[in-house]
Design a protein around this ligand. Structure first.
Ligand SMILES: Cc1ncc(COP(=O)(O)O)c(C=O)c1O
Length: 494
């Protein structure tokens, strides 16, 4: 077994071993039923502890890639699990590969801790934009209220739900506080929705690419995902119809406004088509509008919920991107008959959100500073997006990318010659991080991508970061040319 370890890498050694053996199995270099070295032998060969190799084998075992036969040793599974490389066009329901997504998400979180890096990895707002003065005032207004320190309502503090109901009018959504559930961010909104409305093993439709946190949650809950491709106008309705006929799913998860990772916006005609097809196939649409307030130019497009989707759309939003992620506050709006089940799941998870923080946020919203906060961050992020676009144009002409009109990220397609994973590690070596495209798909992909999030970086950091990305790309391509040259030189002269 030929395995190369990068001991300086943040990826744990057992994962490096597991991933490389997995790749060798996938490539056929390790054939089904082939015997693998014993844990002890491989540990000695690689200079690793037996525990490390054992953990790698355990991971491969849990993926069905290897099997142990008592008394004989460890073998590549005789019957390998199916792993399609490209899910586009092939709408087979697949349990997402949690090891894949988790690994990539762990990488993403780790990057944020590495100070020497310029990291485009996390879609975060600019910390310098946090409205500390206004929020301190809001907090101090509620600090002496004893009821803010007790248990609160499962559905959320009424003061915050009332403010939410007012705020949502700006997104064109008319809803009473009774139809709002306060959640711990959009992530919990997704979690309660999946728990209340989709059974384990059931097929759930997702757009491809999509938010990794959704893929991971669905994977944990044993849901099978069918990817729906997107075009310039949004989700492919034909693919939805085909998937509905084949699998009769109940839920489709989508980020129609400033989509994560591309930043794209659904076209109005596509919105109407989506709502129509949902009604025809009794499909509920889970609309994640977390970036909906963050437009760069002009008012953002209306959400599905506000364009005829009152019955079919479960609308999720959050203050994580538009205000401060550490508040951990978001909301779900759903038809009244769905709310009791959603609130029941919220209760099971954590009873309710912190009453103190909910009151403080309600107080902050009531004083009207949110609109001016949005206005000033709009300019900030527009400037950062433009700096990123200019840098890409200048340094990475080999790539193509989206031009978002809102949100915090854009999506880059790498040249075909680049292997995403190799490029990712090369970029880290050059001092720059990004979110690997693979994290945004439930199944392995052949074409490489990266999501670049610009919200938390200054224009100078953005330019320097893209310069480093270009350095990494050039280094890889140079090495590849070198390898070709060396091989050519070795040919016999005849
Ligand atoms: C589309 C989308 N949904 C949900 C979340 C999670 O948000 P929150 O921090 O509100 O839980 C994110 C965060 O990146 C996201 O991009």
């Amino acid at each position: 077994v030929k395995i190369e370890l990068r001991r300086e890498s943040d990826v744990p050694l057992y994962r490096q071993v597991a991933v490389q053996i997995r790749d060798l199995i996938r490539q056929g270099a390790l054939a089904p039923a082939m015997r693998l070295p014993t844990v002890r032998a491989l540990a000695t060969e690689l200079g690793l502890s037996r525990l490390t190799v054992h953990s790698a084998y355990a991971e491969l075992h849990s993926q069905g890639l290897i099997e142990g036969i008592v008394g004989r040793g460890t073998f590549v599974s005789a019957q390998l699990p199916r792993t399609p490389i490209d899910t586009h066009g092939a709408h087979e329901p697949q349990a997402p590969a949690p090891w894949l997504v988790r690994g990539v998400l762990a990488e993403l979180a780790e990057l944020a801790q590495r100070r020497e890096l310029i990291s485009f990895a996390q879609a975060i707002p600019a910390p310098e934009s946090y409205p500390l003065r206004e929020f301190r005032r809001a907090l101090s207004n509620v600090l002496d209220d004893r009821t803010a320190y007790g248990y609160g309502a499962i559905q959320g503090d009424l003061a915050l739900r009332a403010e939410m109901s007012r705020l949502l009018l700006e997104r064109g959504i008319v809803t009473a506080p009774e139809n709002i559930l306060i959640t711990s961010g959009a992530q919990q909104g997704i979690a309660v929705t999946l728990a209340a409305l989709a059974h384990p093993g059931e097929v759930v439709l997702v757009e491809e690419p999509t938010y990794p946190g959704f893929i991971e949650l669905a994977a944990q809950r044993g849901q099978r995902l069918v990817g729906i491709p997107r075009d310039a106008d949004g989700l492919s309705v034909d693919a939805i119809v085909a998937a509905c006929k084949a699998h009769r799913p109940r839920l489709l998860y989508t980020v129609p406004t400033f989509h994560n990772p591309t930043g794209a916006v659904i076209a109005p005609a596509r919105q109407a088509a989506l709502l129509k097809v949902a009604a025809e196939h009794d499909l509920l649409l889970v609309e994640d509008d977390i970036y909906g307030f963050q437009t760069f130019d002009g008012p953002p497009p209306l959400p599905l919920r506000a364009t005829g989707g009152e019955e079919r759309v479960i609308y999720i939003t959050s203050f994580s991107k538009a205000l401060m992620p550490g508040l951990r506050l978001g909301a779900v709006v759903a038809a009244p008959h769905l709310l009791p089940d959603l609130a029941g799941e919220k209760h099971d998870l954590d009873l309710h959100c912190s009453p103190l923080l909910q009151r403080a946020l309600a107080n902050y919203l009531r004083h009207g500073a949110f609109a001016s906060h949005l206005q000033s961050t709009r300019e900030l992020y527009r400037t950062r997006r433009d700096a990123l676009l200019a840098a890409l144009e200048c340094y990475l002409p080999e790539c193509t990318w989206t031009v978002p009109a809102g949100g915090l990220s854009l999506w880059v397609t790498l040249p075909e010659s680049l292997v995403e994973r190799e490029y990712y590690f090369e970029a880290l070596d050059h001092g720059v991080g990004f979110a690997r495209g693979q994290a945004f798909f439930p199944q392995p992909q052949s074409l490489g991508h990266m999501r670049l999030s610009f919200g938390g970086l200054s224009p100078q950091q953005i330019e320097e970061g893209v310069r480093r990305l270009a350095g990494a790309l050039n280094a890889l391509q140079h090495r590849r040319l070198e390898a070709v040259r060396v091989t050519r030189d070795r040919l016999p002269l005849v």
